[in-house]
Design a protein around this ligand. Structure first.
Ligand code: PMP
Ligand code: GLN
Length: 380
């Protein structure tokens, strides 16, 4: 078979999790919590099953869930999406991202991808026949930033889509108002669409607001906004998320969704809809994760790692040049084997070989897990 994705292998997340298990390492690589979700949530899903919510739901999502999503987005970001026409429930954010790309990118269209970038974007662009146009973030003393002049310079008549991700995996950076303004300037007067990956929307620290693109009408009118309940409710294995987009974009999104996924499992939709009636769980997330971030940073403050800013997500990036001159992938493997702590090399998030001497740790872990890993890291 002639591969549609010849360059694609097994994801770095899977490989590092396997290596961590082989070496009995603490797994701070792949991003997922090692603690349980609120027991009320699976109880509500069980209740939904017992109540008979076990057949196909409507194609775009069960009414109580799309209603709850629209109400939440309106309350938090001030944009009123029509629940029946503009919200679509997906099998995780990954499916939302791929479907959004497939529904709007034609063969030969350019898609601007800001790197480092989450690993699902490029294969989806390739499947659509699009051309990924990477623009690298700058990394300096104050962490990662997007060179908007370079994004602007990358725009051509073929540019169909710009993908943004805030809070950003893997760097932990977040879009600020100035970034939003720069993006708005770039797309104004064009027919460029925006795919905004906001799965870490509730993990923004130090009191900063989450700059959802849907807050800004000029951006929202051309944007697919993606989120994931897996991140928000500590259930990454549930694989359920959604896309919010204006009706015309949602209509095209659903054409692909309908014949790729058709519908997303019913009882979880009802269970999550009921759970969403209380905003407390997601409103508590910034403080919950900021405490873990601060614990992580305090423990490594005197170590030979250099901490980059961690303004959002549950990831902390570090430089390790005082410890090793190895390339990132080898350093991450060495760390897993020898120090017994797994990390993710940031080089895995670039389309071209790129070495920055930076690896990513996930701090979505119980304090005991973090203490164990941090004691090992602080000794290096
Ligand atoms: N986007 C980013 C930036 C992510 O980190 C993740 C989680 N791995 C996803 C999308 C995918 O989310 P989901 O697990 O809901 O498919
Ligand atoms: N989002 C998670 C991460 O960045 C992992 C997702 C995956 O394994 N595909 O670590």
């Amino acid at each position: 078979l002639r591969s549609r994705l010849p360059a694609v292998g097994t994801t770095i997340f899977t490989r590092m999790s396997v290596l961590a298990a082989q070496h009995g390492a603490v797994n701070l690589g792949q991003g997922f919590p090692d603690f349980a979700c609120d027991p009320a949530l699976p109880q509500l899903v069980t209740d939904a099953m017992r109540d008979g919510h076990n057949q196909y739901p409507p194609m775009a999502g069960a009414a109580p869930l799309v209603d709850a999503i629209a109400a939440k987005v309106a309350a938090l970001y001030g944009r009123s999406y029509h629940p029946a026409l503009e919200i679509t429930v997906t099998a995780g954010a990954t499916q939302a991202l791929t479907t959004a790309i497939l529904c709007c990118v034609h063969p030969g269209d350019d898609v601007i991808v800001i790197e480092p970038a989450f690993d699902s974007y490029l294969p989806a662009i390739a499947l659509a026949g699009g051309v990924a146009v990477p623009v690298s973030m700058k990394v300096g003393e104050h962490g990662y930033s997007i060179p908007w002049d370079q994004v602007a310079a990358a725009v051509t008549a073929r540019t169909r889509l710009i993908i943004v991700n805030s809070p950003h995996n893997p760097t932990g950076s977040v879009l600020r108002r100035a970034d939003i303004d720069a993006l708005s300037d770039i797309v104004r007067g064009t027919d460029i669409l925006i795919l905004s990956d906001e799965v870490y929307e509730h993990m923004v620290y130090d009191g900063a607001p989450h700059q959802s693109v849907c807050r800004y009408p000029d951006l929202a009118e051309r944007a697919f906004v993606v989120s994931s309940f897996g991140k928000t409710y500590h259930v990454t294995g549930w694989k359920i998320g959604y896309v919010a987009a204006p009706a015309a974009l949602s209509k095209e999104f659903r054409k692909v969704h309908q014949y790729n996924v058709f519908t997303v499992n019913t009882p979880m939709q009802h269970g999550i809809a009921r759970y969403m009636a209380d905003p407390a769980p997601y409103l508590a997330l910034p403080a919950f994760y900021q405490r873990k971030r601060d614990l992580f940073r305090a423990s490594l403050a005197g170590s030979r790692f250099t901490l980059l800013p961690a303004d959002g997500t549950y990831f902390q990036c570090v430089r390790y040049d005082a410890i090793s001159a190895l390339p990132e992938a080898q350093f991450a493997e060495w760390l897993t084997r020898e120090a017994k702590v797994a990390a993710i090399p940031v080089s895995a998030f670039y389309s071209q070989p790129t070495e920055s001497g930076i690896v990513r740790f996930c701090f979505a872990k119980q304090d005991e897990t973090l203490h164990l890993a941090l004691a090992r890291l602080a000794k290096l």
